[in-house]
Write a protein that binds this ligand. Structure first.
Ligand SMILES: [Zn+2]
Length: 409
């Protein structure tokens, strides 16, 4: 049983409570949190560690959307246009994936760990990242992805998917949770998507899917025209959209689904997303592929819970979650910066836990998992209202981190 004390504790509850001169007592779960003197008095047998001045204790951070299998990419892919980028991914996919060995997986995971990511949602297209995800100290929601627009090869696609699902299920544990991802409406035939959705329902596995990431996707689903027509013609002489956007969303109605991007979702579609599940927001990826900025005011008005994803290094230059938070802070001019900073901290903690179905990681309170990180600010914060903003501005690495009460940094 340990106690950590710090100048501030960010509880990351609904009210964004901050405890000044706080302490947290924990083993694998949180035993007590409150004012320093009281927590120490109530837990006389705990080992007490007083963190340095200007330290902050907060929940472990959660990256809800990352593709580790593309971790070797630096400059191989085409940015600035979603369709061209997608073409370049298809062209380079095998080279990138074959280059991605243990070293790249470990480096990617280490970068997340150092930045305080104690849980992440990994989209796995081929299963190459399975071992690295199982061996990582973090909590991993492992989304086995399925895609394919040609129903003639449906059986082969499903066979490969089933193999990957079965393999991942063998490693199920407190830290590793197999889940399912249907790639997108433009890449996955309804019969294939339906198979995966039924499996998700039957096994109560969390679901994820990319949705309305680009104007090309919007145009394609709405009219069967635009940049995707030429791209998809490479795979099918007479391509047609397989769904309307609404038809696609309706398929997910009965499974808890983490939708990814949604930057071009309509008000009605966002409303539906809010009813079915949550949304992952990937600022940097959206920016470098020239996709629009998500309208956070609209997202809020439709009661959509949003979390933060770095996406993979196929559309980002960093898996450091603080880099991602800074990008979001600097991008969303439509929001007041003080309240945006608080919203972003909630998005990367509480909302991440809700999105990944981690009900024991909602905030720092009694009986929740002791997934805790500590951060050292460069100087005293003049007003605690500014704490979230200062954290995002100044943090590059955490000072220490605990997962289920075990120290990993
Ligand atoms: Zn993605």
């Amino acid at each position: 049983m340990k106690i950590l004390t710090a100048d501030y504790i960010l509880v990351c509850d609904e009210d964004f409570s901050i405890i000044k001169d706080g302490a947290i007592c924990f083993d694998e779960k949180i035993i007590e949190i409150g004012k320093e003197d009281e927590v120490i008095k109530n837990n006389p047998y705990a080992v007490v560690k007083h963190l340095s001045k200007n330290s902050v204790i907060m929940p472990g951070l959660i990256n809800t959307h990352v593709h580790l299998e593309f971790s070797t990419n630096k400059t191989d892919l085409i940015y600035g246009d979603f369709t061209k980028w997608l073409e370049s991914v298809i062209k380079n996919r095998d080279i990138l994936k074959n280059k991605c060995n243990e070293y790249f997986y470990e480096t990617a995971i280490e970068q997340m760990l150092q930045s305080g990511v104690t849980a992440f949602g990994a989209i796995s297209s081929f299963g190459g990242d399975l071992e690295a995800c199982v061996d990582s100290p973090q909590k991993v929601i492992y989304f086995n992805e399925i895609l394919g627009s040609n129903p003639d090869v449906k059986n082969d696609i499903i066979k490969d998917f089933n193999n990957r699902i079965e393999k991942s299920i063998q490693f199920s544990s407190d830290l590793f949770t197999p889940a399912i991802s249907v790639h997108s409406a433009y890449s996955t035939h309804p019969e294939i998507a339906k198979y995966a959705i039924d499996m998700s329902k039957k096994n109560q596995m969390l679901m994820s899917t990319h949705f309305m990431e680009s104007m090309a996707e919007r145009e394609w689903l709405d009219s069967g025209k635009g940049d995707f027509y030429a791209l998809l013609k490479n795979f099918n002489p007479n391509p047609k959209p397989m769904y309307s956007a609404m038809e696609y969303l309706e398929m997910f109605e009965e499974v808890k689904t983490l939708f990814v991007h949604g930057v071009l979702a309509t008000k009605k579609e966002l409303e539906m997303i809010g009813q079915i599940g949550t949304l992952a927001h990937c600022f940097v990826s959206n920016r470098i592929l020239n996709n629009p900025l998500l309208d956070l005011n609209l997202v809020k008005s439709k009661n959509v819970i949003y979390s933060i994803g770095t996406d993979g290094l196929s559309s980002n230059n960093s898996l450091n979650i603080w880099d991602e938070l800074r990008a979001g802070l600097f991008a969303h001019f439509e929001k007041d910066v003080i309240s945006l900073a608080k919203d972003l901290i909630i998005a990367v903690t509480r909302n991440g836990a809700i999105s990944l179905g981690m009900k024991n990681n909602l905030c720092l309170k009694k009986n929740q998992s002791a997934d805790i990180v500590t951060v050292l600010l460069p100087d005293e914060v003049s007003d605690k209202e500014q704490l979230a903003l200062e954290l995002i501005l100044h943090t590059k690495k955490i000072k220490s981190g605990y997962i289920n009460g075990e120290r990993y940094i």
